[in-house]
Design a protein around this ligand. Structure first.
Ligand code: PEP
Ligand code: MN
Length: 370
C-alpha cells in the first residue's frame, strides 16, 4: 500500500507527523517513508507492508495532508502497478529525470581498459551531447583467468574524466557491497564530478544479500538487470528486495534471456517485455541490445542486428538504453565482439531518434483510438 502525501507536506510539518503516528497505530503494518524528487517539488510517501488487507483506503485518505492511497499488487508491493493511473517511479538524479515517460541513452565501455580509451569515449559522448555513459570497473567473468576489470584502481580517473567532459551519470556494475563504498570514496576524493547509477548484473539477479545492501543505500539509483535464467516474476520479486530495503529509484533492464535457441545471437532479446514491465510495475525500463545480440553482424539492408534490436526496444517505449561502445572495438578487453565503434555513434543516435519519435507518435495514435 502506498500513502502519497500532498506536495506541501514534508517531514517537518505537523500533518506529516500526525499521518506517521496514525500509521504507527496500525497493527502488524511496516512503514517505509520515502521521497520522490520532482523538478519542481518533492513528494513524500509511505510504503506500507505486512497486514494491510484490513487497512481502509478511505480512512487514510481522510487524514489531512494525504493526497492519495494506493493498494498495490500483492506480488510487488512497492513497485507493482495496479491501475494505469498509478504513478510511475520518478526520480531526479544529477539534474536528469527518470520515469516511464523519460528516455536516456548510456553508451560506453563494457570494461574500462585504460585512461586513453576512457578519454576518447567521453570525448565522443560530449561531442554528441550525450550526458550519460556506462563504464565497467568490476567485471563478473565466467572464466576466472579472464580480465576481471581494474576495480577501484580506475575509479578516480574515470570520474575525473567524466567531469572534464560534462558527463553527468555513469552506470557501473557492482558485484559486492564493498564496491558501493569504494565508488563513494573515490567520488568524495575527487569532488564528485559525476553521479553513478549502480548496476546489479544478471548473474547477481538473485544475490539477495547484495540486493539488500545495495537497496539500503539511497545515494545512488539502481539499474537492475533481469536474471537470464529465472522467471520474470523472480526478477521482479528481486527488485522488491531493493525497494523494501529503502531504495525504489530502480530501473529494470532487459538484456536478453539465455536460451539454446538464441543462436546466432548471444541471448534471446526479450524487448517485447518492455510493455509488460511497464504494465506490471511502475519502474522505468531499460534495454541492453549489446548483451542480447552479442555480435555486430550486418544484414542486407546495411543495418546491424544490434541497431535493429535497439530500435525494437525504443519503438516499444524503453526509457533507457545501455549499449557497449569502444574507440577500437577489436581491442576491447571484455565483450569485444559486441562493441560498436565510436565512429558509428552519430549514426546510432540518429537511428534511435527515429525510433523514439515513432514511439511518441504511436502513443498519440493510441489516444485517438481509445
Ligand atoms: C554488463 O552490462 O557489462 C553485463 C555484464 O551485463 P549482464 O549482467 O547483463 O550480463
Ligand atoms: Mn559486457
Amino acid at each position: 500500500m502506498i500513502v502519497i502525501l500532498e506536495p506541501r507536506i514534508s517531514p517537518d510539518k505537523r500533518e506529516y507527523q500526525q499521518i506517521l503516528s496514525a500509521l504507527q497505530n496500525l497493527q502488524g503494518v511496516g512503514i517505509q517513508p520515502t521521497s520522490i524528487e520532482g523538478p519542481k517539488e518533492t513528494i513524500h510517501e509511505f510504503y506500507l507492508s505486512g497486514k494491510t488487507d484490513k487497512v481502509s483506503v478511505e480512512s487514510l485518505e481522510a487524514l489531512p495532508g494525504v493526497s492519495k492511497v494506493i493498494r498495490t499488487s500483492k506480488a510487488y508491493r512497492i513497485l507493482g502497478r495496479n491501475t494505469d493511473t498509478d504513478p510511475s517511479i520518478k526520480f531526479q538524479y544529477q539534474g536528469l529525470s527518470f520515469s516511464q515517460d523519460d528516455f536516456h541513452i548510456f553508451p560506453g565501455l563494457c570494461a574500462v581498459d585504460n585512461p586513453q580509451n576512457v578519454e576518447l569515449m567521453m570525448k565522443a559522448l560530449s561531442e554528441a551531447h550525450i550526458p550519460c555513459t556506462r563504464m565497467g570497473a568490476y567485471k563478473p567473468r565466467t572464466d576466472p583467468y579472464s580480465f576481471q576489470g581494474h576495480g577501484d584502481k580506475c575509479l578516480q580517473y574515470v570520474f575525473e574524466t567524466a567531469g572534464k567532459y560534462g558527463i553527468k551519470i555513469i552506470a557501473m556494475e557492482v558485484t559486492h557491497e564493498r564496491h558501493v563504498d569504494e565508488i563513494q570514496e573515490a567520488l568524495t576524493q575527487c569532488g564528485a564530478p559525476v553521479g553513478v547509477m549502480v548496476q546489479i548484473g544478471t548473474r547477481n539477479a538473485q544475490n539477495f544479500e547484495l540486493l539488500k545492501a545495495v537497496g539500503a543505500q539511497t545515494t545512488f539509483p539502481i539499474l537492475y538487470k533481469r536474471g537470464f535464467g529465472i522467471t520474470l516474476d523472480e526478477s521482479l520479486s528481486a527488485t522488491e528486495y531493493l525497494a523494501c530495503s529503502g531504495n525504489s529509484n530502480i530501473i529494470f533492464c532487459l538484456r536478453g534471456m539465455k536460451s539454446i535457441y538464441s543462436g546466432p545471437h548471444r541471448n534471446m532479446a526479450d524487448f517485447s517485455h518492455v510493455a509488460v514491465i511497464k504494465r506490471l510495475t511502475r519502474m522505468p525500463v531499460c534495454v541492453d541490445p549489446s548483451h542480447s545480440v552479442g555480435c555486430l553482424q550486418v544484414g542486407p539492408d546495411g543495418i546491424s542486428d544490434i541497431f535493429h534490436a535497439t530500435a525494437q526496444g525504443v519503438v516499444s517505449g524503453a526509457n533507457m538504453l545501455l549499449v557497449d561502445f569502444h574507440p577500437f572495438p577489436p581491442k576491447a578487453l571484455v565483450d569485444a565482439r559486441q562493441a560498436i565503434s565510436t565512429d558509428q555513434l552519430k549514426w546510432f543516435l540518429e537511428d534511435i531518434q527515429l525510433s523514439r519519435e515513432t514511439y511518441l507518435k504511436r502513443r498519440e495514435l493510441a489516444k485517438q483510438f481509445t
